[in-house]
Ligand binder design. Structure first.
Ligand code: TRP
Length: 335
């Protein structure tokens, strides 16, 4: 029997190279070896976008299109919409009794995120919402509702998986062995730097290349990418390790990447030429994904049907879990 993996993505924007190399590319490989569930976490996205439901709504389908375009195969994997599984919300309520406030506030992921979101939650986090602080509980419900065993996440999410494990252990010790304790699956992925050289590529940082960016946008972004600041003239020797253009040549494995590195170091390569080559290579790299995306953009019914079918399947499993949980908590009335 294949093990179950479950992971989620917040629908707050389309997928960029940071998500792709940092997470979703790996999901495409995992789906061959595992019973795979990919959740479009709209409820979780609302925890810090509660005042912008349109953004969340619009991006559910965009994320689905991106996932299908990179090769998530709906015949092998289940893609579903979180809010359409009310059992997740229901489980969250019961799990919330098993978590203390201080434990939630101590969660390193939550701490960091509250600090990063000053605009929403105030300078000292004084306006943080109950829903946001509680999202690890809801995420524990995401995982356990589908009996997730391995949870592919980035390192930043490890404290959430740990918290989920604690909830499961507490639940089982009080109510009897009911839930499956998941494990984090740390994959061999890399954190991708932004066009500006920032350690992280992120939507809010404005330094991202999206899988569906068109030629014009990609050209503009790459032409503005950070290069070695010590290189002034076209034939100055430079240090590729300080150059984002080289970084992306290397990332997408441009055929000439070793030559590029050598030429750059020797001052035999101007930045403009190098950027133009990267633009071409980037477009070639993205073209199979963009072709598939174009197909799905023109066949939105197909996308919707995949989501409907996936969500139905997810609902069935969540219902089973809910039944077990209610029985364990002795709230299984009249059935
Ligand atoms: N919190 C995850 C992120 O921001 C997304 C997510 C939602 C998730 N539900 C999940 C990850 C369940 C793993 C399991 O990236």
């Amino acid at each position: 029997m294949k093990k179950t993996i479950l992971t989620g993505i917040r629908p707050t924007g389309r997928i960029h190279l940071g998500h792709y190399f940092g997470a979703t590319k790996n999901w495409v490989e995992l789906q061959n070896d595992y019973n795979s569930f990919f959740e479009i976490a709209d409820v979780q996205a609302l925890t810090d976008n509660f005042d912008n439901p349109t953004k969340v709504r619009e991006n559910v389908r965009e994320i689905a299109i991106d996932l299908l375009s990179i090769g998530i195969n709906p015949e092998k994997s289940t893609i579903f919409i979180q809010s359409m599984i009310p059992e997740i919300a229901e489980l969250t309520v019961y799990y919330s009794n098993l978590v203390t406030m201080s434990r939630l506030y101590r969660n390193p992921t939550i701490k960091t995120e509250i600090a990063q979101k000053k605009a929403i939650f105030g300078n000292n986090g004084e306006s943080v919402t109950y829903g946001f602080v509680g999202y690890p509980v809801s995420q524990a419900a995401d995982i356990t509702a589908f009996k997730g065993e391995l949870i592919p996440v980035g390192e930043d999410q490890l404290p959430l998986i740990e918290q989920c494990r604690e909830i499961v252990r507490k639940f089982n010790s009080i109510y009897g062995e009911t839930l499956k304790e998941p494990e984090a699956y740390l994959s061999k992925t890399t954190r991708i730097k932004g066009l500006d050289g920032n350690e992280k590529m992120g939507k809010s940082l404005g330094n991202a290349i999206y899988l569906r960016d068109n030629e014009e946008v990609i050209t503009k972004k790459i032409m503005g990418a950070v290069t070695d600041p010590n290189k002034i003239k076209k034939d100055d020797p430079a240090e590729p390790s300080k150059c984002m253009v080289y970084y992306y040549h290397n990332l997408i494995n441009s055929k000439e990447k070793d030559l590029i590195c050598e030429e750059c170091k020797k001052g035999l390569r101007g930045c403009v030429q190098c950027k133009k080559e990267l633009i071409k290579n980037m477009l070639d790299f993205l073209s199979p994904i963009q072709e598939k995306a174009k197909y799905y953009e023109e066949h939105l019914d197909e996308v919707d049907n995949i989501l409907i079918k996936g969500t139905k399947k997810a609902q069935e499993i969540a219902k089973e879990t809910m039944k077990d949980v209610k029985k364990a908590i002795k709230i299984d009335y009249y059935n």
